[in-house]
Design a binder for this molecule. Sequence first.
Ligand code: HXC
Length: 302
Amino acid sequence: MSLPSPFLATALSHEVCIVTGASGEGICLTIARCLLEHGAVGVVICGRREQVLRQSAASLVAECCPAQPERVAYRVCDVRSPDACHRLVEFTVGKYGRLTTVVNGAAGNFLSTARNLSPNGFKTVMEIDVCGTFNMCHAAFKALSSAASAPGSPMSKIVNISATLQYGATHYQVHASAAKAAIDSMTRTLALEWGAHGIRVNGVAPGPIAGTPGLTKLAGGALDAGALEEMVAEVIPLGRMGEKRDIGTVVVFLCCNGSGSAYVSGETIVCDGGAWLWKPAIVEADMVDAISRTLEKKKSKL
Ligand code: HXC
């Protein structure tokens, strides 16, 4: 059960934010919700599916700011397109007068053995995760830096959503592991180059989060969602699956100028209940076995 947020409801009242990959019911829509709950004056969510975005934006307004619907906007944007990222930034600055925060959450993933993964499958995930994160950062640089240079303004922020699967080795994730490792590296390099331009660049690496399409989809029907979550929760040092709000609160911490994060840049905060430190082989083996049987079945149908 989530505890109340330790941050003020006005903590982000300077912030105008873009959150990519926030169309569905994954982590990023909750991140958008947390930004609004802490006073962000504008939050633009983006994704590839207009209808889902429209519904998500409406639910954000209803839950967070029914009297100020103008604080939420949505835009269709495939982050693989640099032009689309530029248009998204232009739209945001046009609507809200500035852009101060970008949360790069757009990602693509599926399970596949390396042997069966096509070069195009690998490339697709790299293009969404790595090129997409770079495209958004690149498109937003000018606006972020200009917002930070206004007198009395705090530094601007980029938060890249990473993962922990690349810290060791994870079955069936050669594409996503490579992509998330590249994102971690990008976080550090951009922090190095853009600190002098008034931009802090950080990341959050979520562990297993309950109720996300990512986890259930990744299981690919090999295990039912409840059984999977139970199995995973048992081996997490903190004894539970993460909640989407666990991640949203870390993002608020990183974006909030008075939270203690004002001197944090180039860091990716792991928020996983200690999960990646402890992956008992027996559970891993059970899961791998169940998933590999499903992948083999799928392959034999092709
Ligand atoms: C093997 C697959 C595949 C699968 C797609 N491909 N799905 N290969 N197994 N299940 C291959 C295709 O065969 C194709 O290669 C290539 O990938 C491109 O597929 P398209 O469907 O044409 O691409 P696109 O429509 O752009 O779809 C992108 C996608 C898709 C990533 C493949 O799954 C998607 O859009 N997903 C929605 C976003 C998403 O997955 N979010 C979850 C994020 S969770 P060929 O050679 O056939 O042309 C996350 C968390 C990470 O990222 C950490 C988890 C622990």
